[in-house]
Write a protein that binds this ligand. Structure first.
Ligand code: AMP
Ligand code: MG
Length: 319
């Protein structure tokens, strides 16, 4: 489990109380999770949720993830809580796994983009959990950045992207996992992986058996709203490259693991997937701010532990 004791010290208990009061009053609070920073609103208050779409400049066609502080709170949002959900929640919550299940009527359509299902997870971050507990309501939160921009992994990223669009930003330091959660649907007859993340398909299969992979992952049609091909993108054009083959025109930054080359800005990335994911968005934010003609990224290894990273890089590279 992630140690968060040190990070919660950056925040006073009174900050959590103030943030929880804002959530209850229908305002937006940005908060850290172990994946990326979220832009939180009371999930049961449609007007509050509507503010997240406005602040992000995001079309209301993407479902939001509802953050809970307990399995009980999750069960209160769904019509069915199958045995597989119980097994996975007990094994991986709090953690970067979102479960999609048939929703109860009181979960606003705006949270689920009109779907009959709701995506739920318990974040592994003490500030997030304290906020939900003190607010006493589930918190719907997209990533705390403007639509299509890079997800924020520091409070600074949130402030740069959102400006005054948010009532309060809880600063929990840099997020530890660094990319968005694995999303698994348990709403159909078979478990279906909708979005890969750092919690891998095989880790899930060890607990519940076979998992199908949504066919549209990476390219093509969307099995659920919100799986936009272009998403998680820097403003600078991003290209995925093999063997250090950089774009021939212009100057750029190169995020490399093993194949070095001679780009104007060389950023060496960790060779282990967890360490890589933890710093990926921060490095992309840095390179993006430097105004290069392109950002080139060496294609990471194809091993399954890299699936979530490949998914985000492919979306970031999509035109
Ligand atoms: P983000 O806020 O960027 O982490 O995105 C949340 C993502 O979770 C969505 O884009 C969907 O891929 C997924 N998701 C959330 N709720 C649902 C749902 N009810 N059905 C299918 N996918 C969902
Ligand atoms: Mg996002």
């Amino acid at each position: 489990m992630v140690k968060t004791e040190k990070r919660i010290c950056l925040i006073e208990a009174s900050d959590i109380s103030r943030a929880a009061a804002l959530i209850r009053a229908g305002e937006l609070v940005a908060f850290p999770t172990e994946t990326v920073y979220g832009l939180g609103a009371n999930a049961l208050d449609a007007e509050a949720v509507a503010k997240t779409y406005i602040a992000k400049g995001r079309p209301a066609e993407s479902p939001l993830i509802v953050h809970v502080d307990s399995i009980d709170m999750a069960r209160g949002l769904v019509r069915e809580w199958p045995a597989k959900a119980e097994l996975l929640a007990r094994r991986f919550w709090p953690g970067p796994l979102t479960l999609v299940l048939p929703k109860q009527r009181h979960v606003p359509d705006l949270v689920t983009a009109g779907l009959d299902t709701v995506g739920i997870r318990m974040p592994a971050n003490d500030i997030a959990l304290a906020l939900i507990r003190e607010a006493g309501v589930p918190i719907a939160a997209p990533s705390a950045n403007r639509f299509t921009e890079l997800s924020p992994t520091t409070a600074e990223h949130v402030r740069e992207s959102m400006g005054d669009g948010v009532a309060m930003v809880l600063d929990g330091g840099r997020t530890t996992v660094g990319i968005e959660s694995t999303v698994l649907s348990l709403a159909g007859p078979d478990a279906l992986l909708l979005r890969p993340g750092m919690l891998t398909k095989s880790e899930i299969e060890e607990v519940i058996g076979a998992v199908d992979v949504a066919r549209a992952l990476g390219t093509g049609a969307h099995p659920s709203p919100g799986m936009h091909q272009r998403h998680y993108s820097p403003r600078t054009q991003l290209v995925l490259v093999d063997d250090g083959q950089l774009p021939s025109a212009g100057r750029g930054a190169y995020l490399w693991i093993t194949n070095s080359a001679d780009a104007a800005c060389m950023i060496q990335m960790p060779g282990q997937p967890r360490a890589y994911a933890a710093v990926l968005y921060e490095k992309l934010h840095q390179a993006d701010a430097q105004g290069w003609d392109w950002i080139a990224v060496e294609k990471p290894p194809l091993a399954p532990e890299w699936a979530g990273i490949h998914d985000r890089l492919q979306r970031a590279a999509a035109k």
